[in-house]
Design a protein around this ligand. Structure first.
Ligand code: 5CA
Length: 161
């Protein structure tokens, strides 16, 4: 499956939920959150990482601020099952996209989705659009709406004191 096709699948999925926004394609890599932030010209916190975990055998999508790491213990408490990070083949199977370009929508079937509450502090956040050099901008509330996501505390917090 080519890169153009991947971006077009995301564009179509966004259109189906009434989001007709511009997908930006970059000459440089947006494979990691930091690279994406540099390309877009935003803070890493405003980048949406679309991470796949497997909870009790079922794939779950966790949309995490680029500034944060997902806390597996919190995910287990929220989902009520043992949680592990999906391997690359499972990511591809569950989402239809390869790691580095996984978008929050446009998957073969919709995944249960959790959204890092830290994303909601921003006016605009930026998510991958299917390839490791494409991104789109969206208001975090819209992201929650189009994914049917549940806004939760998923970030691993540094131990204080
Ligand atoms: N395009 C960027 C910014 S949106 C992006 O996709 N970032 S990401 O964080 O959503 O995707 C990279 C993530 O894939 C990493 O944070 C990591 O959680 C996951 N990942 C990278 N390599 C592996 C691997 N070998 N196995 C499982 N997960 C991996």
């Amino acid at each position: 499956m080519g890169a153009v096709h991947a971006v077009e699948r995301v564009r179509a999925a966004l259109g189906r939920v009434g989001v007709n926004i511009e997908i930006r394609e970059f000459a440089e890599s947006t494979r990691t959150a930091q690279e994406a932030a540099d390309a877009v010209g935003t803070s890493v916190g405003q980048i949406v990482k679309s991470l796949v975990f497997v909870a009790g055998g079922n794939p779950v999508l966790v949309l995490v601020s680029g500034a944060n790491r997902a806390d597996t213990g919190k995910l287990e408490a929220l989902l009520g099952a043992p949680v592990e990070r999906a391997d690359p083949a499972t990511v591809r199977e569950a989402t239809g996209f390869a790691i580095g370009g996984v978008p929050p929508v446009g998957h073969p079937s919709s995944l249960p989705t959790l959204v890092d509450e830290d994303l909601l502090q921003y006016e605009t956040v930026y998510a991958a659009a299917g390839t490791p050099n494409s991104m789109f901008a969206i208001a975090p509330r819209e992201l929650v709406r189009i994914t049917g996501g549940r806004v939760v505390d998923v970030a691993r917090r540094p131990v204080s004191g």
